[in-house]
Write a protein that binds this ligand. Structure first.
Ligand code: FES
Ligand code: FE2
Length: 448
């Protein structure tokens, strides 16, 4: 039973086969404010990869909700996350996306901090006529109350009262492993972040990554290009990974894809694809079969869009993309995106990966602009309250079942719910996980 304020926003009646959300969720400033407090600043969020700060004194910056955060590796190689705000008057200490600094010097009044966040100097302290009380004050950078790593993926929380990271990730950690274990040395970001904003609510991005239904509608130019490439194969261009006839294991015959949902709002949608040279991972196909087994390898080669609620998305298809969602306002969102690659990849595979990445991703690619324009079109439509309920969360309700299936069992994965079917099923029930977690976190915070 939802709190009265939430019932106005989410109509979740499994027994009646109904799941609807209100347009108000996407453009109300008061709701946005509560989302920042309760969701982004009130629990685990993704910070970045450990490989973004590989050497002693390396650092990178990010945000947790509205709070600037500094992730720094100290001289002994230990990673920690700090609020990127000076204890003196509050200025942001590190102002670049990444770098290497033994000492961070605040640009405002030159207080300084080492790479372990310890205060190393207060300018003109002796001449400052400070009181003993000030001398005794802690002047280090504030550490994030919770900070943890799973196989190179770093998470932090501005509140200490969170489940242990391993519990919060739960079974979804196995899906991060399918990313992290593509190389024995882990994954790295290809140099060159692409940051862009769109005039829409952050949940539009959350949904789109898990939305197979829009693909043939919103991306016609990309699909036409794939068709042209098939008609006139040009050896200088990359192969299509969206094969018509993916090889199916016997258990998967006739099945194109589906979705898995997990507690805490984490979800995966997937489509099986060949272990094919069209993917840059192909050079590792044999090594992977030996190291991780053929079932996990089959999953590594399959199309997978993973969301770790609320701000991390890993899209693996033609190439691999890491996305970090940063809400800026009810109708404004910043995306930080990178091409994700196994460490130690050959130059030829890296080239293929980057070309395929450019093809599909980025504001200059053939898919991202279609999506962001659709987000902005939705956001404009959300202004209406004539009929507040959206019907975009009903597809697949008749196919959703508790637990997993043979394909999840093949890698020991136990989702909370699953959907499996043909290529036109395009399940929308995995959004329910987002909104049930959203409601759980917002509960009690909304006035009736
Ligand atoms: S705000 Fe940083 S030294 Fe004053
Ligand atoms: Fe898309």
């Amino acid at each position: 039973m939802l709190a009265p304020g939430l019932a106005r926003l989410i109509d979740d009646r499994p027994a009646d086969g109904v799941f609807r959300v209100s347009r108000t969720m996407f453009d109300d400033p008061a709701i946005f404010d509560l989302e920042m407090k309760r969701i982004f600043e009130g629990g685990w969020v993704f910070l970045g990869l450990a490989s973004q700060a590989p050497e002693p004194h390396d650092f990178f910056t990010t945000t947790v909700g509205r709070v600037p955060v500094l992730v720094s590796r100290d001289g002994d190689g230990r990673l920690a996350a700090f609020v990127n705000s000076c204890p003196h008057r509050g200025a942001m200490i590190a102002q670049t996306m990444c770098g290497n600094a033994k000492l961070h010097v605040c640009a405002y009044h030159s207080w300084s901090f080492d790479s372990a966040g310890r205060n190393k100097g207060v300018k003109w302290q002796e001449a400052g006529c400070y009181t003993p009380a000030f001398e005794g004050e802690r002047k280090d950078l504030a550490r994030l109350p919770a900070f943890g790593e799973h196989k190179g993926f770093l998470f932090g929380s501005l509140v200490a009262d969170v489940p242990p990271l391993a519990d919060w990730l739960g079974e979804a950690a196995k899906l991060l492993d399918l990313v992290a274990e593509q190389s024995e040395d882990g994954m790295e970001l290809v140099p060159g972040a692409v940051i862009f904003t769109f005039a829409g609510n952050w949940k539009l991005q959350l949904e789109n990554c898990s939305d197979a239904y829009h693909f043939t509608s919103a991306h016609p130019s990309y699909i036409r290009l794939l068709e042209q490439r098939k008609e006139k194969p040009d050896p200088s261009t990359i192969g299509s990974v969206w094969a018509d006839d993916p090889a199916w294991s016997e258990a998967a015959e006739g099945i194109q894809g589906g979705s898995y949902s997990f507690p805490y709002g984490h979800v995966l949608n997937w489509g099986r694809m060949d272990v094919s040279p069209a993917l840059p991972l192909y050079e590792r196909a044999e090594e992977l079969a030996e190291r991780v087994g053929i079932e996990r390898r089959a999953w590594m080669f399959s199309m997978r869009n993973l969301t770790i609620f609320p701000n991390l998305q890993v899209a693996e298809n033609a190439s691999s993309q890491l996305r970090v969602i940063r809400p800026l306002g009810p109708g404004r969102t910043e995306m930080r995106t990178w091409c994700l690659a196994p460490r130690g990849e050959s130059a030829a595979a890296r080239r293929q990966r980057i070309r395929q990445y450019e093809d599909f991703f980025n504001p200059s690619g053939m898919a991202t602009p279609d999506d962001t324009v659709s987000y902005e079109n939705c956001q404009r439509g959300f202004a209406s309250r004539v009929e507040p309920w959206l019907l975009g969360h009903a597809r697949g309700l008749g196919a959703s079942k508790a637990g997993g299936n043979a394909l999840s069992a093949s890698i020991g994965l136990a989702p909370e719910r699953s959907v499996i079917g043909g290529s036109q099923l395009c399940d929308e029930t995995l959004f329910h996980s987002y909104y049930r977690e959203w409601a759980r976190r917002m509960a009690g915070a909304l006035p009736a």
